[in-house]
Design a protein around this ligand. Sequence first.
Ligand code: SF4
Length: 291
Amino acid sequence: MSLIDRQLDKTINKVEVAIDRLKLFEPPDGYWLAYSGGKDSCCIKRLAEMAGVKFEAHYSCTSVDHPDLVRFIKADRTVSFDIPHYTDGSPITMWNLIVKKKMPPTRLVRYCCQELKESAGKGKVTVTGVRWAESVNRAKNQGLINIHGNKKSDRLILNLDNDVSRRELEQCYRTRKTLVNPIVDWEEEDVWEFIKTENIPYCGLYGDITKNYSCTGKKRLGCIGCPVSTKSKQEFVEYPQYKKLYIKAFDRMLLQLVGADWKTGEEVFDWWVNGGNKYIDENQISFEDLA
Ligand code: SF4
């Protein structure tokens, strides 16, 4: 695939299509652009600039993003660095959420996404970097889920992360947000081709862009220890200080729990990374990976 998709009867320029989508759905008060610092975010931000639409790029601080990624985001003064807050004004972090929720985040219960990411941009039309090509569900069920849980139905109500059921314009049934996904049909190579062609700065954790438009470093950037990631064990080897922070949070969590089987934060951590969090719920809804 490439950004210029030559088919038998037509030629599609994916950049022009993405720009047209952004122009078509532009709200009078401008877009909220959900920026994570990842490669897809870099593309949607540049596309919004090329489209000449009104927008504000916002990064919602998770407290568990890679430090290099956070530095990359902070270096871009055009991105608003937002720290989620409780109603009393104190910051929401993964560390205090674990204590408050009295459980680690899991694949089934991703409260951190809800509190750290989804609450941002309420009432605004949000631009995301969601892409079908990132979908786990795609290969398995074409990503179609209806309200009765039957697959391959056209009664779509769920916004599954990067799923093929995602549309260029949609409403998240849970957050009630209107989402615009201008690069929903882009492949990974398209993303890197666009970044290379447009000379867009990107986070160094990705390494170099190869000739066939891939990257030599990390393929995906996300929260360290994310329950959805299959790489969390490896990440904790790379970033042992985050392992310590999780264990400390689990220790504080245990102080809130009566009758728990775990005795220490370390025991919770071992359960968490070694199987306790193994359930894979492909229907879990999240605002994660938006950009
Ligand atoms: S990406 Fe993972 S760790 Fe980060 S907020 Fe969402 S579920 Fe939690």
